[in-house]
Structures are given as C-alpha cells and as structure tokens.
Design a protein around this ligand. Structure first.
Ligand code: SF4
Length: 87
C-alpha cells in the first residue's frame, strides 16, 4: 500500500475536510488549533462533527503544507456527501 497516494475526506455535512497524506509534514498545527477534531492517535483521526464549521476552516488555514484543504458541500460543482442535518 502506498501511503503517499492516500487522500481522505471527512465531512460534517456542511464542510468537507480533505487530507492528503503525502503533503502532511506532521507539524501538528491542526492538532494544536483544534484537538477535538484532529486526533492523530485515534481512527478516523479527523472527527469533523466535533467542532463548528468556522473553526474547522480556520484550523485548515493554519496547515503549513497544504495537506489540509476543504470545500463547502453546497459549493457549485462539488459533490454532496451524505446529507446530514444542516446547521
Ligand atoms: S497542520 Fe497540516 S501538515 Fe500539520 S499535521 Fe496537520 S495536516 Fe499535517
């Protein structure tokens, strides 16, 4: 299994977190900024339901490597993951 190609997506129904394993430099910015969501010792290591969408986005913006990105589930052209309760 080639870990370098792993791309994982995690959604809270509103925002989808995209994590690219190959880009992650394990700086742990995400863990420090939002330990409720980013829990590298557990599986799945990202728990998007554990904080607000706003906080998830601001945390992703602190990722220095670009490993973490996100998209809004309602953004045009993006897929709709499982339709969970909104807001
Ligand atoms: S902030 Fe980005 S580079 Fe750092 S551990 Fe989290 S995902 Fe990896």
């Amino acid at each position: 299994m080639d870990k370098k190609n792993i791309i994982k997506e995690y959604t809270n129904g509103e925002v989808t977190i995209v994590w690219q394993a190959a880009k992650c430099i394990h700086s742990a910015n995400c863990v420090k900024n939002n330990p409720d969501v980013f829990q590298p010792k557990t599986r799945p290591w990202i728990k998007p339901e554990a904080s607000s969408t706003e906080k998830i986005i601001s945390t992703i913006n602190t990722c220095p490597s670009g490993a973490l990105t996100y998209y809004m589930n309602d953004a045009e052209g993006k897929k709709h993951e499982s339709k969970l309760k909104m807001g």
